[in-house]
Design a binder for this molecule. Structure first.
Ligand code: NDP
Length: 243
């Protein structure tokens, strides 16, 4: 589980641990990951905190290797770590583009690249006879909004990558799913510049956003289907979200 130190990733880690999975929680904030694993352990589950900056290919590889070393197999990977920096494209700070592409796109690709051999082993030799790679994209990976262009680009790439992986690997029982949440109440908007955050607050004022647990439920549904069922794409928006 990448991006497990907050929001959707933390909720999904707990949800999957409750369902019996041994969970490896990866992100940069070690203290958050450690408390999460303590929470999982306290309720009878098993977990491991792995500090990793997933924009760094070697750290993505190490996170995957530590999961396999600790638990012996890799059945499910949820590539969720992401950042959303909004604003017009004209005159944008291209460092923000780089941060999003390096994490939302390349981070997901590095994680998948390192995990695929282990997922294929689990699919052919593990008790489930199937493995799951869940890529957390966004409604922004499917629908472009004015003022969201670079984030849109980083997430559209995830959709293309996920669909290509699906075609390549589904016959070997590696299921690929793209999850596309609408607005979820998490830390995600807080990394934006103040004026952008103000705009987002105004947008969210008329909307009951999803909770991170709502997306965790969706991911848990995907990875608990019988082995002949592949849920490949789920778009889940708040009822109040028009666009
Ligand atoms: P959060 O900000 O709560 O979570 C983002 C996670 O990504 C954190 O755990 C953060 O941990 C991790 N992360 C950030 N940078 C790095 C890095 N360089 N290396 C490793 N981990 C990193 O937001 P959400 O839970 O909302 O976001 C999760 C995913 O859901 C993202 O991909 C986002 O794009 C997507 N999404 C969110 C929506 C929303 O409205 N909230 C809507 C649609 C999609 P740390 O800082 O400790 O590294």
């Amino acid at each position: 589980m990448t991006g497990a130190s907050s929001g959707i990733g933390a909720s999904t880690a707990v949800r999957l641990a409750t369902a019996g999975a041994h969970v490896v929680a990866a992100a940069r904030r070690t203290d958050r990951l450690t408390s999460l694993v303590e929470r999982i352990t306290h309720t009878g589950g098993r977990g491991l905190a792995v500090t990793a900056d997933l924009t760094q290919e070697d750290q993505a590889g190490t996170a995957v290797a530590r999961a396999v070393d600790e638990f012996g197999r890799l059945d499910i990977v949820v590539a969720n770590a992401g950042i959303m920096l909004l604003g017009p494209l004209e005159g944008a700070d291209s460092a923000e583009w780089r941060r999003m592409i390096e994490l939302n796109t390349l981070g997901v690709m590095y994680t998948a690249h390192a995990a695929i051999p282990h997922l294929l082993t689990a699919a052919s030799q593990g008790p489930r006879q199937v493995a799951d790679l869940v890529l957390v994209s966004s409604t922004a990976g499917r629908q472009v909004r004015n003022g969201s262009g670079a984030y849109n680009a980083s997430k559209h790439a995830v959709t293309a990558f996920g669909e290509a992986l699906r075609m390549e690997l589904t016959r070997r029982h590696l299921r690929t799913a793209i999850v596309e949440p609408g607005a979820v109440d998490t830390e995600l908007p807080t990394h934006n510049r103040p004026e952008i955050q103000e705009r987002m607050r105004a947008r969210y004022a008329t909307m009951r956003r999803l909770h991170a647990d709502d997306v965790a439920d969706t991911i848990a549904f995907i990875v608990t289907r019988p082995d002949h069922v592949a849920v490949n794409e789920v778009l889940v928006r708040p009822t109040d979200q028009q666009e």
